[in-house]
Design a protein around this ligand. Structure first.
Ligand SMILES: [Zn+2]
Length: 391
């Protein structure tokens, strides 16, 4: 096809942007003036604004959202794989004033026991381990009671809470990997949620994802680069429920189990803080955790500051840290990650990176610090988590 036909194709697809078309036509005439590929664009800010290094949190921290281990689901019996050694994690914790790390992905069965033995048993004040559901046994008719029983067993083994990945609602299907998706408020999980309430084990639950993950990965998508790097994170089309349906199903679960404490991880994605405030107003057993969403909170600092003022007793500090998790730079465990979170919460610095990476990995924007007062910092850093965990 010639250039005219090619450009006409854009117009027909409704994508005509005269500036875009002109720049492409121009580049075809003179290859030396080809547009700079987006992936190569790394603009440096010329702003002269204060840059505060916060090497240590002002108050002790409970990091409520980390992944120090994962369960190898294919091994029989289940096997834990550890992402780092205790000693190397402890060194960073001591430097950064992190008192306790909550390892959410402790798994189940033999893997859970192994994880508790390695991380939690030697220093239960520094590491806390959560259990996870046996999703691959959901097909068994005895699953509801079995899973509730496993919560009790996990509690006896030392687990302090339950983690539910976005698996529920987005990956788990009737025959585990095939068939219709299992809904977040599926009744088969009711005994599990109830057991968590009875055992005083908080539920850390990740539901849905940024709204852009439900839209086409095209030039209008603000997370285009993130979705291109992780195509399996797209929930556009096919049989996926909408972002709203997923959150509403989780709220029905919270309403049905008022004795159980739920922590909505990633601030329910933090994109619509007014709506998330309504969740918190309506459900006194619901809390939020900020891991991997300072990019969202920090690009709406005035709204976020009001949110922290109003819900200061319901917000938990978390990072979603993964040791050596280089494929997600916003989550790489280490000094830099904590310094960015502390700068965001403690200072009023402006226009800085939300992740230790040359290109903002979740979307091309920067963030602004909230400058929270000491009273709120203490609650967010540790008091709210300590209350939920019974520390
Ligand atoms: Zn996580």
């Amino acid at each position: 096809m010639n250039r005219r036909q090619w450009l006409a194709g854009f117009a027909a697809a409704g994508l005509a942007s005269s500036r875009f078309a002109i720049s492409i036509a121009y580049a075809q005439q003179d290859p030396a003036k080809a547009p700079l590929p987006l992936k190569d664009y790394e603009p440096l800010s010329m702003l002269k604004v204060p840059e505060t290094k916060v090497a240590r949190a002002r108050f002790p921290v409970v990091d409520f959202h980390t992944h120090l281990s994962f369960v190898d689901r294919n091994a029989k019996p289940e096997k834990a794989s550890f992402r780092a050694k205790r000693e190397e994690v402890l060194v960073v914790m001591d430097r950064k004033n992190v008192r306790t790390m909550v390892n959410l992905t402790g798994g189940y069965g033999a893997a859970l026991d192994e994880t508790i033995r390695y991380w939690q048993t030697p220093s239960p004040d520094r590491f806390v381990v959560f259990t996870e559901p046996w999703f691959n046994r959901v097909t068994e008719s005895s699953f509801p009671q079995f899973q509730a029983g496993e919560i009790e067993r996990a509690k006896k083994a030392g687990a302090k809470g339950l983690k539910v990945l976005k698996t529920l609602g987005l990956y788990l299907r009737e025959q585990v990997t095939t068939g219709p998706l299992v809904k977040v408020d599926d009744r088969r999980f009711d005994p599990m949620w109830e057991a968590c309430g009875a055992m005083k084990m908080p539920v850390a639950i990740h539901t849905s994802d940024p709204e852009a993950f439900f839209l086409p990965t095209d030039r209008f998508n603000e997370r285009q680069e993130e979705l291109s790097a992780h195509p399996d994170w797209s929930f556009h089309g096919r049989d996926f429920p909408s972002n709203r349906e997923l959150h509403e199903a989780r709220l029905r679960v919270a309403a049905r189990h008022p004795r159980t404490q739920f922590v909505a991880l990633h601030v329910g994605n933090a994109e619509d803080l007014r709506w998330i405030g309504e969740w918190l107003d309506r459900h006194s057993n619901l809390h939020v955790e900020i891991g991997a969403r300072i990019g969202e909170l920090g690009r709406q600092p005035r709204m976020a500051r009001k949110f922290f003022d109003k819900y200061q007793d319901r917000i938990l500090f978390g990072t979603d840290a993964v040791p050596y998790g280089v494929e997600t730079p916003q989550q790489v465990f280490g000094d830099l990650l904590y310094e960015i979170y502390y700068r965001f919460l403690e200072t009023e610095d402006e226009y800085f990176d939300y992740a230790p990476a040359p290109i903002p990995p979740q979307g091309r924007w920067k963030i602004y610090g909230l400058g929270l007062p000491d009273g709120i910092l203490k609650k967010v850093y540790h008091q709210n988590a300590a209350r939920l965990l019974g520390l």
